[in-house]
Design a protein around this ligand. Sequence first.
Ligand code: AMP
Ligand code: GLY
Length: 426
Amino acid sequence: MKVLVVGGGGREHALAWKVKASPLVSEVLVAPGNAGTAEVGRNCPLPSDPGGAIPAVRELVRREGVSLVVVGPEAYLVAGLADALRADGVAVVGPGAQAARIEGSKSFAKDLMAEAGIPTAAYRVFTEARAALAHVHSLDPPIVVKADGLAAGKGVVVAQTWDEAEAAVTAALERGVFGEAGRKVVVEEFLAGREASVLALTDGEDCLLLPAAQDHKRAYDGDQGPNTGGMGAYAPTPAVTEEVAGQVREEILLPAIRALARAGCPFQGVLYAGLMLTKAGPKVVEFNARFGDPETQVILPLLQDDLVPYLQGAATPGGLAGLPALRSSGAAVTVVLAAKGYPGAYQKGLPLGGLDAAAALPGVLLFHAGTKRDETGQVVSSGGRVLNVTGVGASLAEARERAYAGVAAIRFPGGEWRRDIAVRLA
Ligand code: AMP
Ligand code: GLY
């Protein structure tokens, strides 16, 4: 069968790599892909706006006879790509637009959690600045202010003072800096603890957990600097014990899946719970409606099983019934090489060298993100996050050593990366 992976980052390269390893798969297509996915499968062009991409993906699937589609980025899901493909009778890993609101609208997610009794930060939703500001002043900082819609990771402010919280409220509700996405804000309680990501494949009824991961969102060592899409990750995280994973399944994931079904929008795909592990147990910081990036680059290398039957299961109502729990072993650490300046302004077209030497090292996997080949065939950067260097080993310490050995073999003069991914545990 042919499988299409939609997206062009490190997550999609890792997905294409894992799918390609399946004996069930004859060819992997990636739209739009990157220089790395072109080595695993065939890249196909894709219009950059999600609305315009929908007819293009439909046409590609029809023309190529694709049997299964895995959607990476949330914007396509929120725009209704999965609905369009399901209407065409195509199996797709990813929820329809209604269910994708669990990621695309924070107020929808919070109301769903309240209704289902899912542990999360106490919150209120506002559309008017005056009421929001009055509420902010009734709380003690830190206070968390979130734009309701998708804001490319920039819509969340953890305000340490009333002034900062006020500025966040007025930026969204009065100055409209997030446009439509910020016409509503959620003001919520600050949760203290360690963060962890638990991802599950779900068929709309049941779910199967993937190994829990830990992301590193800040740009610089020591968790300093601005928030990014993720500068590195490791899995499995020892913070999520078997007991915690069981709690997350029973108290968070299954109640959310059932609540979505009750709301008339059953969720098929990957449900990602971004958690704070508090003294009172795991609480939800956010839900995502898709695989994480860079979490996927450390989760998939641990899986012992062919992922494709599980993806097919998660594409179909009740399709996971009868499939055993996913088996995983070892540990993985990924380091993101970014263009200098990311997540702010950065250059594109920066050359990368030493990739083959790095990939030949034991336990090193390279997952490309923003890369392409220039006219001469040289791999150059084409985005902010450029390359994921994943080390796989028996322990986190070994995986970390291997990841950084891979990084050392790569020449990327215009790049920067964190030196402390997984350092606390390795
Ligand atoms: P989000 O986009 O909702 O994942 O938020 C981005 C980051 O802000 C999270 O990864 C947390 O580090 C932080 N954050 C969000 N909500 C809270 C909260 N209620 N308490 C503490 N930190 C939070
Ligand atoms: N790494 C965080 C995310 O994928 O949303």
